[in-house]
Design a protein around this ligand. Structure first.
Ligand code: CP3
Length: 343
């Protein structure tokens, strides 16, 4: 197996820097858009063969060093009794947002095998289709990011309802975070049993908090998830955006690899996090919409700042945008591999 990603998670020497992209199995791929004409997102997620097909597309056509499970962070919430839809261009929309203690208390603990058999089957089908070419990344939403969808009911910029509940009704907040972290830890353990090689925890929206609030309201729950995976030998990536001021706290919560977006130079971020963890990120996804020369100069700058240090996983600071030219992505992968080979 191409084990660049695993080796980078362990901060071991690699023959070239591993590259993969968040949202690499998505709408920027014409092959995915073709499948989406006939099936909606949740339909694809519930069909293990289709998941396997979509998840392996970028491996076959882009030479990336990992596949990511085709699923969504919202699906396990269905098993906890939450009703939602994923609307195109908007994201998840929750039917009855969590507003009070009773709502938080009525979430049922996830039973991954009974509630999400199709996801575990998708993992087996994807592993089989990958045929040991590259590792498979499993994932879940972090408790804060899931809680923010549950409380707001949809995507937001300000997170006013989420923070209001967190500040005004800490009992409900802590119950909700406790329920989510317990269920996500079980979910990830089942994904690992089903065959995923690496885990990424997506805390996409936690950057709206300051470090003190992160420490008090989020860290114990994210930490619990990483802690409950410690007896597995699976490597973990802890991702967030807008987290330049939370990096030390995120490291404390856990993860062999910390994800960083483009709002901080990668060398500054790594120095702050410490060289005893690996790092992933940091190209702005919008750069990939520009001319390939600009893509290459931004990429060269990241590689220069990393200086060939062990433990770098090349990725964007957030997901690939739907209108990204596929050729730019393929050229970027080649550029990273060529410029880091035999470093
Ligand atoms: O390549 C991959 O990463 C595929 C697997 C994947 C999906 N969602 C499929 C998907 C992963 C890892 C996710 C994670 C996810 N889902 C996150 C965390 C990562 C991040 O981007 O911050 C979040 C916050 C969600 C919730 C969600 N689902 C959003 C915000 C959206 C986008 C809405 C839109 O239309 O722009 C979705 C929908 C979604 N999930 C799509 C895919 C491929 C695109 C929608 C489609 O095909 O209709």
């Amino acid at each position: 197996m191409n084990d660049r990603l695993i080796k980078a998670c362990r901060r071991e020497e690699t023959d070239a820097t591993p590259v993969w992209f968040m949202r690499q199995a998505g709408r920027f791929l014409p092959e995915y858009r073709k499948i989406r004409v006939k099936h909606d997102l949740v339909e694809i997620c519930k069909d293990p063969e289709l998941c396997a097909k979509v998840s392996t597309l970028p491996v076959e056509t882009l030479d990336v060093d990992a596949a990511i499970l085709f699923s969504d962070i919202m699906l396990p919430l269905e098993g906890m009794g939450v009703k939602f839809e994923i609307e195109e261009g908007i994201g998840p929309v929750i039917k009855k947002p969590v507003q009070n203690f009773e709502n938080a208390n009525s979430l049922t603990p996830l039973q991954p095998k009974a509630d999400l058999p199709y996801i575990l089957e998708a993992i087996s089908a994807t592993k089989k289709k990958l045929d040991s070419q590259v590792p498979l990344i499993g994932f879940c939403g972090a408790p804060f990011t899931l809680a923010s969808y549950l409380i707001e009911g949809h995507a937001t910029r300000e997170f006013v309802k989420t923070k209001r509940l967190m500040y005004n009704d800490p009992k409900t907040w802590h119950l909700l975070m406790e329920n989510l972290s317990t269920s996500m830890a079980l979910y990830l353990r089942e994904q690992i049993k089903a065959g995923v090689d690496v885990i990424q925890v997506f805390d996409s929206w936690v950057g709206c908090l300051g470090p003190q609030d992160y420490h008090r309201y989020v860290l114990p729950y994210s930490h619990k998830i990483f802690n409950r995976l410690r007896d597995t030998d699976t490597h973990t990536i802890h991702f967030g955006t807008g987290t330049a001021n939370l990096l030390e706290e995120m490291k404390q919560a856990g993860g062999d690899v910390i994800g960083v977006d483009w709002r901080i130079p990668i060398d500054t971020a790594w120095r702050r996090i410490g060289y005893d963890v690996a790092i992933q990120g940091n190209l702005d996804p919008v750069v990939l919409l520009a001319d390939i020369d600009l893509v290459k100069s931004h990429t060269a700058d990241i590689l220069k700042r990393v200086q060939g240090r062990r433990g770098h996983i090349f990725n964007l600071g957030h997901g690939i945008l739907p209108n990204t030219p596929k050729q730019n992505v393929a050229d970027l992968v080649r550029f990273v591999h060529e410029h880091t080979r035999e470093k």
